[in-house]
Design a protein around this ligand. Structure first.
Ligand code: ADP
Ligand code: ZN
Length: 838
């Protein structure tokens, strides 16, 4: 018998692949990363099983084991296996997604053009080998080394090896192996005392005394190293020590030669940089006395935690009710009991303030994981967690895969946020739902928190699946803000508007600026105008690659696609009819900013406005800068997209203005009202969070009688929920069914449509378990030049509670499709519990 291992690879195949292990130590291999040859590539896979075989003649040996300690514990292997299965992805893809970038190095082919290639060649093969010609065309146009994957994508074909070979043989292109770098830890020179001095205090003292007299600088440096050795757990960097003592490196070298200090390579923890910068929290909230609601809530949570079992709580607390304080106490309880805590937050914009609030209560115990960190920072954070050196992990969606062990509590803050759903790549998982599954596997407490719980979660709470905890008062006794709806149609009639602003809102803003209080303004659209439109023929410039209009960015005078990034200079003349005037339609945050500055100036008010949207926060640390300037009162008005709607806790804010609520209310999506209700309630909740400074909210709209606004105004979540759940039931939408989107994408519209039809024909139209809708062409039918066709499945949850039957139907459809229709030109993606708007 020969020893082998089974390996999950990051490819869309459900199979595990068997490799020989050679002389590698056979024990404790499960969960480790390995490099293996796979076809022409080298990939990083994860060992999931050890096995044996009688016939090893066809097997390859693994190239290298990358880990000393497994990257995945047996618990994490089980968890990722569940995620893969439920969301219809391969296990290997899921394991790959669970690791930080750079931890799955791969080796691939790069294709480049010979500079002296035969320029006639492409003409010669145009008719005889059109696919080869098309491929060559792309290679010539790009004129930079390209990966096979890129070319497959561009050509919309999975199978191009034949064409590549032919071009290689014709001496047009050459293929080169290119190895992606594996991310590594970073080291830097550090300095410490030698053990001989650490263990001999008398000697150390006499050396120091002697140096003090004869070589003052050496003495200064040595005592600095001495202090650091005994006072700090972190290594003392040589560069820092030289800087702090202002001595030259030759002084350090002399000390080294004398054997009085040691210089060594110390590992740098890059993850600490997330804690740098100005702090957005100034005291430890654990020092607050809990109010009555909060202590009762904690009592209920702790009772369950005391039993050491799995339980999910939905903490429904109005904005400002102090949910964070409950999280902090629940975490403290877990930490005191020797357990660890995992906290998920919806997105990066929430993290600077929340990170600071948690760090203030648990200094030194936290690690952070999110997508704005560099690969190196994330890798260090991940390893620190994996090595058992973090007690608390705070992160965005993918932190649900953090290698934290011994978890006592998992918290999902703002559980209703759609950004918890991964909808761009496999596995298309929901961070909240996975957190609950992980909690079940860890047998720990799960807390979901929100002021506006998702309809799904509230339904689970009311049906008893989750335990419901309600907080109906603001934490420190502040009252709920006064919310007024401004009917912009009426205001316009009486001429009381300036651009997008009613005079009423402007006056309130000026009043707050004069009182040095803070104002938050919300407009959920970035850029300048939504789009340009020809004043004559009404033509709207569209993206060349996507079926969406281009957003106008006035400052840079560019039109940009928010789906693919395509950018062109703004047109002054209509491209359709030549009319020399394009008008700006709709308003984004940039335009609102300009309008506001102008209006305030004209009304004699000198206010500082800061804008927070995707365009102003692309640089690292920019969030923190914008927020801290606002917190300090250096800026009066914080204007932004949904980034300003959530989680911010600034006591100086007493006015929130919603510039145009209609942007939210009328989206073509069954979740549109829910989303509008959530966003408007959340942004309103930023106002008046301290009891001595009551808050106001003004919402501008052209549709003041929309019911959602009523519910926002009265702060009546449950009335909204009751209306919403009735509609969902009538129309059979989630939570009453499992909504699944099957997306077909390809470069050729017709082929894509045919593939969707073929695949659809292998699924039942309607039975006890599911109903199929489509195939159909969605509203956004083209993105990045890929055409989209979709099928929607509503899967019955009572007859198919875990979706197993649905998966069998999909397996069957893929098999039939593979045999009868399969084309590499069309990709099929399955999105379980889809949140995409169609
Ligand atoms: P939520 O997350 O529920 O919107 P926060 O946790 O941000 O609310 O709390 C809102 C504010 O009220 C915070 O500044 C918090 O420090 C304060 N707060 C919460 N609970 C108390 C309490 N028991 N006593 C005093 N202040 C409190
Ligand atoms: Zn585009």
């Amino acid at each position: 018998m020969t020893k082998t291992v089974k390996i999950a690879l990051p490819i869309p195949s459900d199979r595990l692949f068997t490799y020989l292990v050679g002389d590698i130590i056979y024990e404790e291999l499960i969960g480790k990363r390995v490099l293996v040859n796979f076809g022409k590539r080298i990939l990083t896979g994860i060992i999931t099983e050890i096995s044996e075989t009688n016939d090893d003649s066809k097997l390859k040996e693994i190239i290298e084991v990358l880990d000393e300690k497994p990257a995945f514990s047996s618990k994490m292997l089980k968890f990722t296996r569940w995620v893969a299965k439920y969301y219809y992805a391969s296990w290997g893809e899921t394991l790959h997604a669970a690791l930080p970038q750079g931890m799955s190095p791969k080796n691939m082919l790069k294709i480049s053009l010979y500079s002296d290639y035969d320029r006639e060649y492409i003409q010669q093969i145009k008719s005889s080998a059109p696919k080869r010609a098309a491929l060559l065309d792309i290679i010539i146009k790009k004129d930079t080394p390209l990966s096979v994957g890129y070319l497959q994508n561009e050509l919309g074909s999975e199978n191009i090896s034949h064409q590549l070979q032919a071009l290689d043989q014709a001496g047009i292109i050459h293929l080169e192996r290119y190895v992606e770098k594996e991310i590594k830890s970073k080291t830097q020179k550090a300095v410490k005392l030698p053990d001989s001095l650490i263990n001999d205090k008398d000697k150390l003292n006499s050396v120091l005394a002697e140096l003090d007299e004869k070589a003052f600088k050496q003495g200064l440096f040595l005592s600095h190293v001495y202090l650091s050795t005994f006072n700090s757990r972190e290594p003392l960097l040589l560069s820092k020590a030289l800087e702090d003592t202002a001595v030259s490196s030759s002084t350090a070298n002399t000390l080294k030669k004398k054997g009085l200090i040691e210089i060594f390579q110390a590992e740098i923890d890059r993850s600490q940089s997330v804690f740098e910068g100005e702090k957005l929290s100034d005291f430890n909230e654990l020092d607050h006395m809990l109010n009555q609601e909060q202590s009762e809530a904690l009592k209920i949570i702790n009772q369950s935690a005391g039993k050491q079992g799995f339980d999910t709580f939905l903490v429904h607390g109005i904005t400002g009710s102090g949910k964070t304080l409950i999280y902090l106490h629940a975490i403290k309880k877990a930490i005191d009991a020797g357990k660890n805590a995992l906290i998920l937050v919806p997105e990066i914009s929430l993290t600077p303030q929340l990170t600071d609030r948690f760090e203030k209560s648990f200094p030194g115990l936290m690690s952070v994981l999110h997508s704005k960190m560099s690969d190196g920072e994330r890798y260090d954070s991940w390893r620190k967690i994996s090595n058992g050196n973090s007690r608390i992990v705070l992160g965005a969606r993918s932190a649900v895969f953090a290698p934290l062990e011994n978890i006592g509590i998992i918290i999902v803050d703002e559980e209703h946020e759609p950004s918890y759903k991964q909808d761009a790549k496999r596995p298309r998982y929901h961070g909240r739902d996975c957190a609950i599954v992980r909690g079940k596997m860890e047998n720990c407490t799960v807390l979901l928190g929100s002021a506006t719980p998702s309809t799904e979660s509230m339904n689970n709470a009311l049906s008893g699946k989750f335990k419901l905890i309600k907080l109906i008062k603001r934490g420190d006794g502040a009252s709920y803000p006064d919310i007024d709806i401004i009917d912009m149609k009426e205001e316009k009639k009486s001429g009381a508007v300036k651009g997008n602003f009613s005079i009423r809102l402007l006056k309130e803003i000026i009043d707050r600026v004069n009182r040095k209080e803070g104002v938050i303004l919300f407009q959920n659209r970035r850029g300048y105008s939504s789009y340009l439109e020809c004043s004559d023929c009404a033509d709207i410039p569209m993206c060349e690659n996507c079926s969406v209009s281009l957003t106008y960015h006035k400052k840079i005078d560019l039109l940009r696609c928010h789906y693919c990034g395509y950018t062109v200079k703004a047109f002054k003349t209509c491209r359709a009819c030549g009319f020399p005037e394009m008008k700006e339609v709709g308003s984004g945050t940039q335009k609102i900013e300009d309008e506001l500055a102008e209006a305030l100036k004209n009304m004699g008010c000198d206010a500082k406005i800061v804008r927070m949207d995707l365009d102003t926060t692309s640089k690292k640390g920019s969030h923190r800068k914008i927020l801290s300037s606002f917190a300090r009162g250096e800026s009066d008005i914080l204007l932004g997209t949904q980034m300003v709607a959530k989680g911010l806790d600034f006591s100086r804010v007493t006015l929130v203005g919603v510039i145009n609520a209609d942007l939210q209310l009328y989206l073509p999506d069954f979740r549109a009202s829910e989303r509008a209700f959530q966003l408007l309630t959340q942004v309103a909740g930023r106002s008046g969070r301290k009891d001595d400074m009551p808050g106001n909210v003004l919402i501008q709209t052209n549709h003041p009688d929309n019911m959602v606004l009523d519910y926002v105004q009265s702060g009546s979540y449950i009335d909204f929920f009751n209306k919403e759940i009735r509609e969902r039931k009538n129309l059979w939408f989630p939570p009453f069914c499992r909504l699944v989107l099957i997306e077909f994408t390809g470069r050729d519209d017709k082929k894509t449509e045919l593939a969707a039809e073929a695949f659809g024909s292998f699924l039942p139209g309607k039975n006890k378990y599911l109903v199929k809708f489509g195939p159909m062409r969605p509203q956004i039918y083209k993105v990045r030049n890929w055409f989209r066709h979709i099928i929607i499945i509503k899967n019955d949850k009572s007859s198919d509670p875990s979706g197993n039957i649905l998966r069998k139907y999909f397996d069957h459809a893929f098999e039939e499709y593979g045999r009868k229709h399969s084309t590499s030109a069309v990709r099929i993606n399955i999105d379980i519990d889809s949140y995409s708007s169609i």
